[in-house]
Design a protein around this ligand. Structure first.
Ligand SMILES: Cc1cc2nc3c(=O)[nH]c(=O)nc-3n(C[C@H](O)[C@H](O)[C@H](O)COP(=O)(O)O)c2cc1C
Length: 331
């Protein structure tokens, strides 16, 4: 049987399947199920900087309406941070005591100050690495992309400087020049880069004429989004890569490894199909490696990246022109 061991963000993992961050990874009961099915590491649900700040703002409003004095507020600010953080620290500690696979904490941050305080505590609690889930939704259309990108890089550099454990950066695909931004993130010294994060999207309920949440789960065909970018970036930097989005089965899991992912994150597939999808994907991978006479998973990682194929342009094609000239569809 082929060796599935791989390395990601400085961690040695027994296989390339990581459970990505979501509400599912906020419970040690679930985490144990994922480990039992064969997951190589888990990324805990994110602790949100925004959540902490919103909570603080609500208390401020409440205090304001009651005419309370300002000097109480410093206490509230401190207490809210402590409560949220201590809950998260408890999760890290219990995950570390119940699991033998690496436990990665996840911090959602949008500014470069509040969360720095968390990172050291997370490290002390025993997390094996920290994933930064940084996303700033640019509603100020006058703010230049350069300024926004600079802020991202500042956050990552500060995070790298504040802890010794590996820092993973989970990126969105919404950058003007995505490849350039990925390289800049790599240059910060980030230990791993995950492509891509997924975000809340609004939708409309036609009957009620109300704004509702769109379907939050990915579809299986979306794996082609990280596939293209993993393949494009693999040979241009040394930072290890994770693919995340649309990986629901063994087929897409193997394809992302061939494109160049050192590991793949699974999330929506767990919500849709339960924890058993983990062992199904791993069996598929083992079978694929054995059938193709590979002795280790490392033999296939990146074997079809842009730098390893005859026509690198295949990963750069953006228009459908050729696709349509070759097809004779009749409807
Ligand atoms: C219900 C749900 C909750 C999520 N929560 C988080 C989160 O707290 N932090 C985070 O970094 N990503 C979060 N994600 C994004 C996932 O970690 C993952 O990157 C994304 O869903 C793409 O992978 P998938 O196609 O396997 O779902 C969440 C995704 C879903 C569907």
């Amino acid at each position: 049987m082929a060796n599935l061991e791989t390395k990601y963000a400085g961690l040695t993992l027994k296989n390339p399947l990581i459970i990505g961050s979501s509400s599912l990874t906020g419970s040690t009961i679930n985490l144990k199920k994922f480990e039992k099915q064969g997951a190589a590491a888990v990324i805990l649900k994110s602790i949100f900087e925004e959540e902490i700040l919103n909570e603080y703002e609500n208390i401020l409003k409440d205090a304001d309406s009651k005419g309370e004095k300002d000097h109480n507020l410093d206490y509230f600010d401190h207490k809210i941070k402590e409560d949220n953080l201590s809950e998260y620290i408890t999760l890290i500690k219990s995950a570390k005591s119940e699991l033998s696979i690496p436990v990665i904490a996840s911090v959602n941050c949008i500014s470069s100050h509040e969360w720095l305080y968390f990172l050291k505590k997370i490290e002390t609690a025993g997390a094996d690495a920290i994933e930064l889930n940084i996303f700033y939704f640019p509603t100020d259309f006058k703010k230049s992309s350069k300024k926004i990108e600079k802020n991202y890089l500042k956050i990552i550099k500060k995070a790298k400087a504040s802890v010794k454990i590996p820092i993973i950066v989970k990126m969105s695909q919404y950058f003007t020049n995505l490849g350039d931004m990925i390289l800049k993130v790599s240059d910060t010294g980030a230990d791993g880069i995950a492509l891509f994060n997924r975000f809340y999207k609004p939708d409309i309920n036609l009957e009620k004429k109300e704004i509702i949440a769109a379907d939050i789960f990915s579809s299986p065909h979306e794996y082609v989004i990280p596939l293209q970018w993993v393949a494009l970036m693999k040979d241009k930097m040394d930072t290890s890569l994770a693919a995340s989005t649309g990986i629901h089965d063994g087929d897409s899991f193997v394809k992302l490894l061939l494109a160049g992912a050192n590991v793949n994150y699974i999330v929506s597939a767990l919500f849709k199909n339960g924890a058993e999808v983990i062992s199904e994907i791993l069996s598929y991978l083992e079978n694929y490696l054995d059938t193709n006479n590979h002795t280790s998973v490392n033999e296939i990682i990146g074997s079809l990246s842009q730098g390893n194929i005859k026509n690198p342009k295949y990963y750069e094609r953006a228009q459908f022109m050729k696709y349509f000239t070759d097809r004779k569809d009749i409807i």
